[in-house]
Ligand binder design. Sequence first.
Ligand code: SF4
Length: 358
Amino acid sequence: MKTINPQNLLRRVSRQVNVGSVAIGGQAPISVQSMTNTDTRDKKATLKQILKLAESGCEIVRLAVPDREAAVNLAYFTQNSPVPLVADIHFDYRLALIAIEAGIAKLRINPGNIGESSRVKLLAVKAKERGIPIRIGVNAGSLEKELLTKYSGPTPEAMVASALRHIKLLEAADFTDIVISLKASSVPATIAAYQSLAGQCPYPLHIGITEAGTWYKGSIRSAVGLGILLWQGIGDTLRVSLTGDPVREVETGREILQSLGLRSFGATVVSCPTCGRCQVNLEELSQAVETMAAKIDKPLKIAVMGCAVNGPGEAREADLGVAGGKGEFLIFRKGEIIKKVPESEVLAVLEEELGKII
Ligand code: SF4
């Protein structure tokens, strides 16, 4: 059997662009983005959420800019944000000009939606002067009418045609610091669209399943869609779209990348599903260990296993592991049994041993 090694994954070659301090494309690490869901006109609430997202590991934060008041606030956010910010603008190129002046690190705007070519040209010149990339964000829900007619609906072909049309407009304005996304709520349609566009342009791809749903279903749908694309080497930055607290988008995005071995964000906890052999409260312990591991930024593996059937085997593979018995646990460190402790003490002992490893 062939060994699958994520390091051997062939990543699609793309042009690199810089979003402030974060590179997208080329050999740059696949970055995790999210978007605030506060009212951008509310300075206090929006900055609070930007800071919370950055603290959770979000590397690029996008903000909706629906009007002038929101656009004017961008300067305050760029001055106070620890991570690069992206202004998400629809139709009004004047808001994009304000965003550029405010020090935004990237624009998301579709050039085909802002009217005359002189406006596209002006925007391209201003963005180029400041080294700001533009993301073309094609969404199946807002495709051009004639493409919907031509392709009989929001098909992957229609999405790709829309992206190529927007790309042409920017290239005609001599602008090539482009990132593209092609999002649909259908997982197969999204995959097909990205697969098709990947071979038709050199630009980095921002991947995501749009309107994926609430945390549970949305995370699964995103993991399936993005996992397949990433495994095919497609995707330079990602956003998981979930209804609710955007911090969960960051946690899910990071987990998707870490589970494929494409990024390492710290400790990995593996825990068994338990079965009739388990005689300890493993669910409670696993959750406590996950909380503990979330604070560790080293690529350690911690195994939490319910019994001595598969437990010691898995625990031996880990930097630190436990395998349950009857109201007690064996503790393994780097493959060696180091202790047997009562269930009531296992968490404290694990914490102590982790401290020694770190
Ligand atoms: S490790 Fe033990 S308790 Fe956990 S699933 Fe396997 S056999 Fe069951």
